[in-house]
Ligand binder design. Sequence first.
Ligand SMILES: [Fe+2]
Length: 224
Amino acid sequence: MRLVVTVDNRAKEGLRKEWGWSAYIEAHGYKVLFDGGASTSTLKFNAERLGLNLSHLDFAVLSHHHGDHYGGFRYVGEVAEGLRVYSPPGELEYLRKWGLNPVPVTDPLKVGKGLWLTGPLSGGWILEQALAISTREGLVVVVGCSHPGVHRLVRAARDVSGLDLFLVVGGFHMPSEQVLDELAGMSKKICPTHCSGDKSLKYLRKRYPEKLCEALAGSVLTFS
Ligand SMILES: [Fe+2]
């Protein structure tokens, strides 16, 4: 399995950064895009630079209906017309207008061999879901912005898959130290990106340096 960070607030040299989040995942024979970043231009530029062909995706996952996660799907619709996008329920018409096939997810769902969706959890007004992938090392959980709380999304991922956690990656939405402690208790590796905030990065660097993995656009995480 490999996960390539396609869009993030930070980027490796030669790639574009923006306030947004997107990851390209190859696992169990599937090619999946998790979120699309904020804009068509950044996703297109970075995917091309990274040699990723988004017209070959099997499906996509939208974590929640916020522009910094769905904006780039307009580009995905151009190169992968009719692609299934597992989305939290809500206004799905914009995805249809972009040529995509939104599939509302209301409950935890197995989307393929070794791939699960937590189903939408509510975080205030926002419904948000996470993607869980089985690896030999344990469960890899990909989150968007963690409005419902990253610890809650991770627990839901563990429940739907029945597997113990290996790694969690994505936006953690400025979690408290208690939430980070709980996460560290559940996960061997922690990769905060996007909206996680400098404070959580500093805390993890100090408190759990052995668990912290720093990822930004262009980072590639590989698992067996
Ligand atoms: Fe976000």
